[in-house]
Design a binder for this molecule. Structure first.
Ligand code: UT7
Length: 331
């Protein structure tokens, strides 16, 4: 008689993050925009978004550089070496190159030769949730044993500094997790969604053609349309992952949402009947770092010792595509 192979789960072994050193406050940005004849203020930005500052990468710094610094912290926290990793996924919308993937560039910078698969995931601000879910599936099926999953962005390169409705919202940074196979959960449930009818409400419509940029290479957003969609889908997907895992709102120790707007984040917490101090907030100091925002917030929650081993975390993201998703996990 053959015994059934034990169920395989995915757990977080370590986390890391990195912000480029240049901190830009709302007042700094307001002064810069005033020089272009555009009016904004710290008060407007704080009132509407909760953002007080963001970090911008200097010229010459690539997305893979931010990813590398975050990955090194995560590997150190997981007590493993780069060569122990057999899968690398980078979630980004601001890759170093059109191709190859930022994940391959990161793999080389980590000094891994002849490694396992390395690829990018493009789901804009939901990218980290997508990447985490793909890595979890590959670990559970045995296709990988230890995965490095990174969200890394340099949105400052695609911002239109003549458009005050978008350029005050975003920042640069990277966050990473090392995932490993485990006999106990781990990641409990996940939900991913997309609705391509809404491509136009958040996009960078330009592309490369014939050796030049064709179309507009800067970010466009219909903020109110995104806001309305985000509020609805984030609550729905949160309840969906809880139901899938046989858990309820009372089981959540920490909500770690995509950090785009404090009003949306608090709204989701209220729908889940969570106390405000159960929400990890980094948007105030980092702005919206797209695919990097969730792993940055996760790492900050862990390093500040608020999140402890055994806590139940709800991670959720929403962004261009339109894409959205959530992951429920026991840390
Ligand atoms: O990461 C993916 C997910 N993204 C999001 O979740 C973003 C979702 N959307 C939002 O967070 C909000 O819609 C924004 C923060 C983008 C905008 O907030 P809002 O409360 O929806 O403002 P609004 O677009 O309705 O604009 C209100 C006013 C307008 O002026 P009028 O027409 O009322 O005279 C804007 O022109 O605020 C004006 N405004 C500004 N004023 C000063 C827009 N941007 C600025 C600015 N400074 N930077």
């Amino acid at each position: 008689m053959t015994s059934a192979s034990p169920t395989r789960y995915t757990r977080i072994a370590g986390t890391g993050s990195h912000l480029p050193p240049r901190r830009v406050t709302n007042d700094d940005l307001a002064r810069e925009l005033a020089g272009r004849g555009i009016e904004t203020s710290d008060q407007w930005i704080v009132d509407r978004t909760g953002i007080r500052a963001r970090h911008f990468a200097d010229d010459g710094v690539a997305c893979s550089d931010l990813a590398l610094a975050a990955a090194r912290h995560a590997l150190e926290a997981a007590s493993c070496r780069p060569e122990d990793v057999d899968l690398i996924i980078v979630a980004t919308s601001t890759p170093d190159m059109v191709f190859p993937s930022t994940a391959c560039i990161l793999q080389a910078k980590l000094g891994i030769t002849h490694g396992g698969p390395a690829f990018d995931v493009q789901a804009v601000c939901s990218g980290f949730i997508y990447a985490l879910t793909v890595a979890d599936a590959m670990i559970r099926t045995g296709a990988a044993r230890r995965a490095l999953v990174v969200g890394a962005e340099i949105f400052s390169r695609i911002l239109d500094f003549d458009d005050r409705t978008t350029c005050v919202l975003f920042g640069d940074g990277a966050g990473a997790v090392v995932l490993e196979a485990s006999d106990a959960p781990g990641l409990l449930s996940s939900e991913l969604h997309a609705d391509g009818r809404h491509v136009g409400i958040l996009c960078v419509p330009g592309t490369l053609a014939g050796g030049r940029v064709s179309g507009d290479p800067l970010l466009k957003m219909d903020g109110q349309a995104v806001f309305k969609l985000a509020v609805g889908v984030l609550a729905d997907v949160a309840f969906a992952v809880l139901a899938k895992a046989g858990r309820s709102e009372v089981d959540i120790d920490w909500l770690i949402p995509h950090q785009a707007n404090l009003r949306i984040m608090r709204g989701t917490a209220r729908k889940l009947k969570l106390a405000p101090d159960k929400l990890i907030v980094t948007v105030d100091e980092q702005g919206n770092t797209s695919a990097a925002s969730i792993p940055l917030a996760l790492d900050q929650g862990i390093r500040s010792r608020r999140i402890a081993r055994g806590d139940t975390l709800l991670l959720e993201g929403v962004g261009g595509g339109f894409t959205w998703g959530a992951v429920l996990l026991d840390y």
